[in-house]
Write a protein that binds this ligand. Structure first.
Ligand code: HEM
Length: 363
């Protein structure tokens, strides 16, 4: 009896993963992890929540850290590699490790700010730069009400070479070119569908632009940049009538709300026959927004690596706060303002916010 109880408790402390015995553990802060190697992340997370994200906010540094996960990971091109030139290593930290090169690429305009904030934190901890970039994005997103609990993996080796230029899509790229770029980046791991591209763009629900129209830095892409909600997918579907700043900027389309900026790429993806129905499907569907973004982010965050060589540390990610908004038309806007692009499904019925036509504040 005693032996059996002992055996059960020993087995409970281990789980067999892919043939190897993995040690469960309770980390210093009480977090229970399936793999004790993940406890190394607890002090890193405490540090970034306190010193990067201002005590757990969903603010500018979270937005910038999420953008950085993408700009590092998408730096991989099997098509370039096929020409005999190094095509980039994906999520390999190269955007920070080669900070004299990659941040100077046009599409990376502005990433130097978050790099300057992340570098001293990375230096304090025993973690690769590649792992840190993706960890910071996932932890940051967990501060945003409505967000999914993203996956975290560790074990990515750091880059030894920079990614080539032109791997990061630009807001003035055509839909053809954007879809092709994602397909290329993921071509060694089964490709990436237009639906997955749309799902990944849910990131723009917690986003603003500093450099598209430099006269109005911090101009958000939706009216709720601190919430991981579906407003981005609603508001990009509204007829564009104004530029929030000077207008005439490369990669900018007219938006529907004062104080809100619309990227040309988002505008076109919302209206292209290959992506419009998927775009509309996120309107008023918070559950799909969460699950589809989580799945697409998981694939993006390990680009360039074989998942079986990484350790899944997703249990260190805090549960994000519940959604804090219901899908709605901003004040002054109704279904009549929607540029319906999905031919097969009607736009969902939504309430309009009361009050005079709204304008969005910078972040
Ligand atoms: C078609 C692909 C994409 C294009 C063309 C694009 C373009 C842009 C542009 C031009 C900005 C504004 C940068 C600035 O002026 O400060 C921006 C911001 C941002 N992007 Fe994207 N993006 C794309 C996909 C993604 C993806 C896949 C993610 C993450 C998974 C992402 C996350 C963000 C975030 C969080 C911001 C806000 C940064 C901030 O507020 O400081 N983007 N994006």
């Amino acid at each position: 009896m005693v032996f059996k109880a002992l055996l059960i408790s020993v087995l409970a402390a281990f789980q067999i993963t892919k043939g190897a015995l993995i040690r469960r553990a309770t980390c210093s802060d009480g977090t229970v992890v399936a793999n004790s190697a993940c406890c190394v992340l607890i002090p890193v997370i405490q540090d970034i929540q306190e010193n990067l994200f201002d005590g757990g906010e969903c603010g500018e540094e979270v937005h910038e850290s999420l953008r950085l996960t993408f700009h590092d990971a998408i730096g991989i091109s099997p098509a370039i590699a096929a020409t005999g030139v190094f095509g980039g290593g994906g999520a390999d930290g190269s955007i920070i490790l080669f900070e004299d090169i990659e941040p100077n690429f046009h599409a990376n305009n502005g990433v130097d700010e978050i790099i300057d904030e992340q570098k001293p934190i990375i230096a304090k901890h025993n973690i690769t730069t590649a792992d840190f970039i993706q960890l910071a994005g996932a932890i940051g997103v967990s501060n945003c009400p409505g967000a999914p609990q993203l996956n975290v993996f560790i074990g990515r080796p750091d880059a030894t070479q920079p990614a080539p230029d032109k791997t990061v899509p630009e807001p003035f790229d055509s839909v053809d070119s954007i879809l092709a770029r994602f397909q290329d980046a993921f071509s060694d791991v089964g490709g990436f569908t237009p639906a997955e591209v749309v799902a990944l763009l849910a990131s723009h629900t917690i986003a603003a632009a500093d450099h598209v129209d430099p006269s109005i830095p911090g101009t958000p892409f939706d009216s709720t940049p601190e919430l991981f909600d579906t407003q981005f997918f609603i508001e990009t579907q509204l007829r564009g009538t104004l530029f929030p700043g000077t207008g005439g900027n490369q990669g900018e389309a007219q938006s529907a709300l004062a104080g809100e900026l619309r990227l040309q790429s988002d505008s076109e993806l919302a209206r292209d026959s290959r992506t419009a129905c998927e775009w509309q499907s996120f309107v008023n569907n918070q559950a799909k927004l969460q699950s589809a973004f989580k799945a697409a982010f998981r694939r993006m965050s390990i680009l360039g690596h074989d998942e079986s060589s990484l350790i899944d540390c997703s249990d260190v990610v805090p549960v994000p706060p519940a959604p804090a908004s219901d899908a709605h038309f901003p004040a002054g806007q109704t279904i009549d303002d929607v540029e319906q692009a999905c031919a097969s499904t009607p736009f969902p019925t939504l309430p309009t916010d009361p009050g005079p036509a709204s304008s969005v504040a910078p972040v």
